[in-house]
Design a protein around this ligand. Structure first.
Ligand code: ATP
Ligand code: MG
Length: 414
């Protein structure tokens, strides 16, 4: 026997039995995002590497450790690790700033990160996400969070925790960063290697560290006091309190988490995550925030923006499995030509039907029908002659002959 080739580590097939759950996620996304005024955008799965280096930030784990990068014709290309950078590139390239603001875009699709595969973490995974361009006000922040919560509700996920924080603007954050560095200086040698590397480049990221020894350091009273201090300037504080009052009015429950800094470099002011207690350590289903400088940094006009992304595999692990549906009908006939014709008529009328393609005996076909379908549509010689079909309800075993023309509208009464 020839050697079997397996799926690549960290990637998974989405098998037919799982497809209904993916369809549900995608259908609800289309329905709900459309109601909120979002249009779908589909950008390529690979982009030039520089887009992510500049657009995600070269101090992030994503860019430093997790990218699938390859060379082709002397160009460095990368499989997208996330989609905000690609959407922003497209927004700029297609002059969407000329459209009337807000420009609201949504996407779904695979992302690629070279991470250690484990529960809730794959190397190819899927995200559904939204981006809103052109609104500085906290109304936008509240609306995108509300949209995330309502999308989750549509999937039956009502009890997830929304965490919010404000990272301030580059000016007030600079002061905070320096304070954090100062108070952690005496502990530098006790920090993990990653934190030591982040100390100069991106000190806020330290707060996000999952290593226990680092978490303990951040709990020390003098350090905690600095971490938890209110550092944001008046204008950022005004934005943040407006967001909170909108969320209160919209009845969106949230928890304020000062340690929520998010991995990406480009965020300012509002950041948020939505977490589930049923996911173990990979517990975030949604991450997002405001990124007012990104469009400009990637060469576009100065445009405020905000968005989020959800991990679709993590969402699917939280919703109940959808049982595959039975066929509406299975045609039982000794004449493939007649079965073909009837199948076409019924499929055109919107029914999901199958028939025997393997010349099986009549009784075998009936057996199959009772396993896979709700109704058997029986086409014996008599039926064909009289232009009738015998319809058997396979759960009640009742049977009735119906006129072929009225079949599809009447079969459910049998
Ligand atoms: P995490 O803290 O889990 O690493 P992240 O901050 O790297 O998340 P984001 O870049 O914010 O993740 O992506 C948004 C969402 O995408 C996450 O909340 C998660 O649901 C999902 N996600 C991210 N990385 C993976 C992965 N490797 N496998 C599966 N889902 C993922
Ligand atoms: Mg990550």
């Amino acid at each position: 026997m020839a050697k079997i080739i397996n799926v690549v580590k960290g990637t998974k097939d989405i098998l037919p039995q799982d497809a209904p759950m993916w369809h549900l996620l995608e259908k609800n996304a289309l329905d709900i995002f459309t109601k909120y005024g979002y249009k779908e955008i589909r950008t390529p799965i690979f982009e030039v590497t520089e887009l992510f280096a500049r657009g995600v930030g070269d101090t992030t784990d994503i860019v430093n450790k997790e990218m699938y990068t390859f060379e082709k014709s002397d160009r460095s290309l990368t499989l997208r690790p996330e989609n905000t950078a690609g959407v922003v590139r497209s927004y700029i390239e297609n002059s969407m700033s000329r459209l009337s603001a807000p420009v609201k875009l949504w996407y779904k699709g695979p992302m690629f990160r070279y991470e250690r595969p484990q529960a809730g973490r794959q190397r190819q995974f899927h995200q559904v996400g939204v981006e809103m361009f052109g609104v500085k006000d906290a109304t936008a922040d509240a609306e995108v969070i509300l949209l995330a919560v309502n999308y989750l509700k549509s999937l039956g996920l009502n009890d997830l925790e929304v965490e919010i924080n404000s990272l301030g603007c580059p000016e007030c954050r600079e002061v905070y960063k320096n304070k954090i560095k100062e108070v952690l200086k005496p502990e530098f040698d006790n920090l993990c290697e990653d934190c030591q590397n982040r100390y100069e480049k991106n000190p806020l990221r330290l707060l996000d560290c999952k290593v226990d020894s680092c978490k303990e350091i951040f709990e020390k009273p003098e350090i905690k006091a600095v971490i938890k201090s209110d550092f944001i300037c008046e204008s950022c504080a005004g934005h943040y309190s407006k967001l909170k009052s909108y969320l209160d009015e919209l009845d969106v429950k949230y928890i304020e988490n000062k340690l929520l800094v998010r991995g990406l470099d480009y965020y300012n002011r509002t950041v948020f995550e939505i977490k589930s207690n049923n996911l173990g350590s990979q517990n975030a289903v949604c991450g997002g925030g405001r990124y007012d400088s990104l469009v400009k940094n990637l060469g576009g006009e100065d445009t405020p923006a905000i968005g989020w992304a959800m991990g679709m595999e993590r969402l699917i692990s939280l919703i109940p499995t959808i049982e595959p549906k039975k066929l509406d009908g299975y045609i039982v006939s000794n004449s493939p030509a007649d079965a073909f014709k009837l199948a076409s008529e019924l499929r055109d009328a919107g029914l999901v039907v199958e028939f025997d393609l393997q010349n099986k005996k009549f009784t075998k076909q009936l057996e199959k029908a009772s396993k896979v379908a709700n109704y058997a549509f029986i086409l014996g010689e008599d039926e064909v002659k009289n232009n009738m079909v015998s319809v058997k309800n396979l759960s009640t075993s009742t049977q009735k002959q119906l006129d072929r023309k009225q079949l599809w509208s009447e079969y459910k009464n049998v």
